[in-house]
Design a protein around this ligand. Structure first.
Ligand SMILES: Nc1ncnc2c1ncn2[C@@H]1O[C@H](COP(=O)(O)OP(=O)(O)OP(=O)(O)O)[C@@H](O)[C@H]1O
Ligand SMILES: Cc1ncc(CO)c(N)n1
Length: 269
């Protein structure tokens, strides 16, 4: 059986985040990767130099071509740019009956560049979160979506309950943004409406974390595409991203990309 996964996201010309990170990750997870491009970005490890959005109809045409011939077992969203694209993707997901929709609510790149209009946060809440099987915000994204200030794991749990209440069937809040002084661990929490689970690793001290969130949610998408349960998929994703950050490549002059080979091949570059 060949399992197929689709990413609906922006292109990162530097190859560390966005569509490129997702496709590299799908490949590493032995899942056939497909993509619908929502924007082209001119980007490298130092930052985002340009953003060139697709139109909503360009996104819809890509989704239609993929779905009629190569229906995916799981779909993830990343940078969605604006309200029109969010609404089109949400409508397409509902009418196609996509069950495993993983929403990574990308808002701001590591260097501070905006990847989603501020007004579009409402569209994420009203249109996309209600059809999400899994949502994977980082801490600033969870704060923007819930209006809560998140200082510790307790606050993360409350935000996860809020996001579950908005309609996401599983909520994962990523702990990469907790400050060094607060914790020497990077703890992600999963909430399925009944129980909380924590996934913890030592916090790795490195500037090379470009694309960690995309890679993490891409592993979850690939593992769900293969039919694995959510808990197991998050467990695999945590192991994958911890290895990828531990062995980050150190290329470029800014926030370098993670190492997608590290988890499965055990390379030590
Ligand atoms: N310094 C670190 N050490 C260990 N794990 C980390 C570190 N930074 C992030 N992670 C892990 O990486 C994953 C992604 O979390 P993070 O909060 O960085 O996502 P993100 O902000 O969406 O990333 P990006 O926007 O750069 O794609 C989580 O599993 C998190 O715990
Ligand atoms: C295209 C794109 N998507 C997502 C991110 C988030 O890291 C990024 N930097 N670039």
């Amino acid at each position: 059986m060949v399992y197929k996964a689709l990413t609906i996201a922006g292109s990162d010309s530097g190859g560390g985040a966005g569509i490129q990170a997702d496709l590299k990750t799908f490949q590493e997870c032995h899942v056939y990767g497909m993509s619908a491009v929502t924007a082209v970005t001119a980007q490298n490890t130092k930052g985002v130099q340009g953003v060139f959005p697709s139109s909503a109809s360009e996104v819809l045409e890509q989704l239609t071509s993929i779905n009629e011939d190569l229906p995916p077992e799981a779909v993830k969203t990343g940078m969605l740019v604006n309200d029109e694209i969010i609404a089109s993707v949400a409508d397409f997901a509902s009418s196609s009956g996509w069950e495993k929709l993983i929403v990574d609510p990308v808002m701001i790149a590591k260097g501070g560049a905006s990847l989603l209009g501020e007004k579009s946060i409402e569209a994420l809440i009203n249109r996309l979160i209600p059809v999400a099987y899994v949502i994977t915000p980082n801490i600033p994204e969870a704060e923007a979506l819930t209006g809560r200030e998140i200082r510790d794991v307790g606050d993360c749990r409350k935000a996860a309950e809020d996001l579950y209440g908005m309609g996401a069937k599983h909520v994962i809040i990523k702990g990469g943004h907790q400050s060094q002084s607060q914790s020497s661990y990077a703890t992600d929490i999963l909430y399925d409406g009944k129980e909380f689970f924590e996934f913890t690793s030592p916090r790795i001290s490195t500037p090379h974390t470009h694309g960690t969130g995309c890679t993490f949610s891409a592993v979850i998408t690939a593992e769900l595409a293969k039919g694995n349960p959510v808990f197991d998929s998050v467990h695999t994703a945590k192991g994958f991203i911890t290895a990828a950050i531990s062995h980050s490549l150190g290329i470029g002059n800014g926030h370098g990309p993670t190492n997608h080979w590290a988890y499965h091949e055990g390379v030590n570059l």
